[in-house]
Design a protein. Structure first.
Lengths: 209, 474
C-alpha cells in the first residue's frame, strides 16, 4: 500500500511540472498532504502511539487542510488565477522532472545504506530537488512559497526514509515553526500584492548596490 | 530552568503585544533584561551542565550569551531612542519589543541547544521574528528586504534540515537515534564520511544565510540596509553568531573524522570568496549601512578562514567573532545618530559629520579603527593570529591574496568614512528636525573600548572560555 502512495506522490510532482494554474498548485499541495498521511499511516504504526497520532494529525490537519486553505485565501486576496511566468516551457519541465527522479534513484543506489528506506528516499530527494527547480523557474512569489512547501514535504518524506523519529516536543516545535513561517510568508505576499500591485519577483528590485 | 526562562519570555512577549501600554512595556522590558542576565549568570555558574533535557551550558554558548547580554542592553537603549524619534504608536512599539524579546530568547536558545534539532528550531524561530523587525518601518524597501530574508532564510534553513537528516542516517547506523551533540560526538569515528560531508555542506549552505557568509549572504546584506539601526546591529552580530554556532556544531563532529581536511577546505573556499566579494562590493558602495553589511561579510569570511586553517586559527576565529560583534554593533548604533543629521544613509547625502557632532565623529573614528583591525583594536590581534596560522600551515598564496583584498577593503571603507566625517554635501537638513541625545555615543565608546581592552589584556575567564570551546577541535 505504501508503494501506491509513493507512486501517487511522484505523479503529483509531474502534475506540478505540467500545471500553470495557481489554484491547481494549492490543490496539488493538499493532495500531497493526504498522500503523506497515507504513507505515515501505513508505515509508522510501530512507533509510540502519541508520536503516531501527532504525525497523522500533522499531515491531515496542517499539510492537507490548514496550509492549502490559507494559501487559497492568499491566492484570492491577490487575484492570482493563472501563472504564465515560468521561464522554462512545460515540456522541458516534464523532461527535467524525469531526470530529477532518475538522478535521485541513482543517488539512492550510490549511497547504498542499510539504514535508508530506499522506497521513500528516491521520491523524497526528488521532491526536494524539484522544489528548488520549481522556485527557480517561477517568477511569482506565491509560486515560490509553493516550491518551498514541496521542499518541506520532501523533507518530511526524507525523515521517514532515514527513520528519524524525533521526540514529541521537538516535532511539535518543528511543526509550529514551519506553520508560522508559512503564515508569515502568506501575510507578506498579501502586503507585497497591496504595496507593489503585483506579486511578480521582478517588482522586488529596489534593493540594489 | 532554561525551559522556564523560555516560557516566561514568551509570556512577557505576548503580554506586551496584547496590552500595548507604554508604561507596562517599559516595566516588563526591563524585567526581561533582568531575567536575561539572571539566566546567563545561572549558565555561567552551571558550566558544562545539561539543563531542561535539550540544553547545555557549554563554553561557546556562555561566551556568545555574554555578548548577547551586553548587546541586548545597548539595543534596548538605542531602540528607545529610535522609537522616540520615529514617533511610533503604542501598537507599533508593542510589536517591536514583543518581536525583539522573542528574537533574543530564540538566539539564547540556539546558543545553549545541545540537541541539533532544537538548534534548528531555534534558528528557524529567529528568522520569523527578525523578518518582522526588518519590516518595522513599513516601507516598500522594508517589505522587499523582509520578504527576501524570510524566504531565502527559510529555504536555507530547510536545506540545513536536510543536512541534519543526513547526519541522522549515519548516526542511526551507529545506534544513535536522538540528535544529542554529546551522543553524536561519541560515535564520530564510525560515521559514514559521505553522509557527514553532505550534512556539513548542506548545513554550511543553509546557515550561511544566518551567518552572512557566501553563498547565501545576500539576504543578510539587504536586511541590514533597511532594518532599524538597533536591529541591524543585532542581525550583524548576535544573529550572525547564531549562524556561526550552527555551522560550528557540525564542524566539531566532522573535526573528529578523516573528513576534517575536506571540511576545512570548504570553509576556506567560502571564506576567501566572502572576503573577495566584500572587497569588490565595497569599491562601488553607495550606502553606509550596506557598507557595514559588506564589512560583516568580510569579517565572517575571515572567521571561516580561521576555522579552515585550524591550529591557532580556531582560537583566532572565535576571538574575531567576539570582537567583531562589539565593533560592528557600535558602528550600527552610531549610524542611527548620523541619520538624524542627514535623514539619509546614502554616502552622497551624508558628509561633514565631524563638524556637526564632534563626539559622534570621534565615535565613528574609533569605530573605523576597531573594525579595520588597526592597532590597538582587538581585531588586529585576531587577524594577526589568523595570518600567523596561514603562514605556519603554508597557505602562502591564500594569505597574500587575502592581504591584498584587506588592503582594498581598508581603502574603500576609510575613504567613505572620511567622506562622512570631513566631506561636503548639498543635502541640507533643517536644524529643528535633528533630535539628538548627548549620551547616545556612550554605549559605542564602551563597546569599542571593550574591543581594545579585550585585545590588549584579555581576562583569564575570557580566554579560558575560548580555549574550552576549541578544546574539542584539537
Amino acid at each position: 500500500m505504501t508503494y501506491l502512495f509513493i507512486i501517487l506522490y511522484t505523479i503529483t510532482l509531474i502534475y506540478f511540472a505540467l500545471s500553470e494554474r495557481v489554484k491547481k498548485f494549492v490543490w496539488l499541495l493538499s493532495i500531497q498532504g493526504f498522500i503523506l498521511f497515507g504513507i505515515a499511516f501505513f508505515s509508522l504504526h510501530k512507533i509510540k502511539i502519541f508520536d503516531f497520532i501527532f504525525i497523522l494529525a500533522e499531515t491531515i490537519l496542517v499539510k492537507s487542510l490548514i496550509v492549502p486553505w490559507f494559501l487559497n485565501k492568499v491566492r484570492k486576496h491577490n487575484h492570482l488565477k493563472r501563472v504564465q511566468e515560468t521561464s522554462v516551457p512545460v515540456s522541458y519541465s516534464l523532461i527535467i522532472v524525469v531526470m530529477i527522479l532518475l538522478f535521485s534513484f541513482l543517488f539512492n543506489n550510490f549511497l547504498n545504506s542499510n539504514y535508508i528506506h530506499t522506497k521513500y528516499f528516491t521520491v523524497s530527494f526528488a521532491s526536494i530537488l524539484f522544489g528548488i527547480y520549481f522556485i527557480i523557474i517561477h517568477k511569482n512569489i506565491f509560486s515560490h512559497v509553493v516550491g518551498y512547501l514541496i521542499i518541506e514535504n520532501g523533507t518530511f518524506l526524507l525523515s521517514l526514509a532515514v527513520g528519524s523519529v524525533m521526540p514529541m516536543m521537538v516535532n511539535l516545535a518543528i511543526l509550529l515553526d514551519i506553520l508560522m513561517g508559512v503564515l508569515v510568508l502568506g501575510v507578506f505576499i498579501n502586503r507585497i500584492g497591496d504595496a507593489f500591485e503585483s506579486t511578480k519577483i521582478d517588482k522586488l528590485s529596489k534593493l540594489k548596490d | 530552568m532554561f525551559l522556564i526562562f523560555i516560557i516566561i519570555s514568551i509570556i512577557i512577549s505576548l503580554s506586551i503585544y496584547l496590552i500595548k501600554n507604554n508604561f507596562y512595556t517599559i516595566i516588563v522590558r526591563n524585567l526581561f533584561l533582568l531575567l536575561l542576565f539572571s539566566i546567563i549568570g545561572y549558565a555561567y555558574l552551571h558550566f558544562e551542565e545539561t539543563n531542561s533535557w535539550y540544553f547545555k551550558f557549554d563554553s561557546l554558548g556562555i561566551l556568545l550569551s555574554f555578548i548577547l547580554g551586553i548587546l541586548s542592553i545597548a539595543t534596548f537603549y538605542h531602540s528607545v531612542l529610535y522609537l522616540k524619534r520615529h514617533k511610533c504608536s503604542a501598537r507599533h512599539k508593542a510589536g517591536y519589543y514583543s518581536s525583539l524579546i522573542m528574537l533574543i530568547t530564540a538566539m539564547l536558545s540556539a546558543y545553549f541547544s545541545e540537541n541539533i534539532a532544537v538548534l534548528w528550531v531555534s534558528i528557524e524561530t529567529t528568522t520569523l521574528f527578525v523578518s518582522i523587525l526588518i519590516f518595522h518601518e513599513r516601507t516598500k524597501e522594508a517589505l522587499e528586504a523582509a520578504w527576501k530574508y524570510l524566504f531565502v532564510s527559510s529555504v536555507g534553513v530547510a536545506l540545513a534540515f536536510i543536512g541534519i537528516l543526513f547526519l541522522c542516517i549515519t548516526a542511526s547506523s551507529n545506534g544513535i537515534t536522538d540528535l544529542s551533540l554529546n551522543h553524536l560526538l561519541s560515535i564520530t569515528q564510525s560515521m559514514n564520511p559521505l553522509c557527514l560531508k553532505l550534512a556539513f555542506l548542506l548545513v554550511l549552505t543553509g546557515f550561511s544565510a544566518k551567518m552572512g557568509l557566501f553563498p547565501l549572504h545576500t539576504v543578510a546584506i539587504d536586511a541590514h540596509t533597511v532594518a532599524p539601526p538597533p536591529i541591524s546591529a543585532f542581525i550583524s552580530t548576535t544573529l550572525m553568531n547564531v549562524g556561526f554556532l550552527g555551522i560550528f556544531r557540525i564542524f566539531t563532529i566532522i573535526a573528529k573524522t578523516d573528513a576534517l581536511h575536506w571540511a576545512q577546505n570548504v570553509l576556506l573556499i567560502a571564506g576567501v570568496i566572502s572576503v573577495f566579494l566584500s572587497a569588490i562590493q565595497l569599491l562601488k558602495i553607495k550606502h553606509y549601512k550596506r557598507m557595514f553589511a559588506f564589512s560583516s561579510l568580510e569579517h565572517m569570511g575571515i572567521v571561516a578562514i580561521g576555522l579552515g586553517i585550524g591550529g591557532i586559527g580556531y582560537y583566532a576565529a572565535i576571538l574575531h567573532l567576539v570582537f567583531h560583534s562589539f565593533a560592528k554593533a557600535g558602528l550600527f548604533y552610531q549610524i542611527g545618530q548620523v541619520y538624524q543629521f542627514f535623514k539619509s544613509y546614502w554616502i552622497k547625502d551624508a558628509a561633514g559629520y565631524f563638524k556637526k557632532a564632534p563626539i559622534g565623529g570621534l565615535s565613528i573614528i574609533l569605530g573605523m579603527v576597531t573594525i579595520l583591525a588597526i592597532p590597538p583594536s582587538g581585531l588586529f590581534v585576531s587577524e594577526f593570529l589568523i595570518f600567523k596560522a596561514m603562514f605556519i600551515h603554508k597557505y602562502y598564496y591564500i594569505a597574500i591574496f587575502v592581504l591584498i583584498l584587506l588592503t582594498i577593503i581598508i581603502y574603500s571603507f576609510s575613504k567613505n568614512i572620511f567622506h562622512l566625517l570631513y566631506g561636503k554635501t548639498n543635502n541640507v537638513v533643517q536644524q529643528e528636525s535633528i533630535k539628538i541625545n548627548p549620551y547616545e555615543p556612550i554605549s559605542q565608546f564602551i563597546l569599542f573600548g571593550l574591543v581594545i581592552y579585550l585585545g590588549i589584556n584579555p581576562p583569564v575567564f575570557f580566554t579560558d572560555l575560548i580555549n574550552a570551546a576549541i578544546a574539542i577541535l584539537n
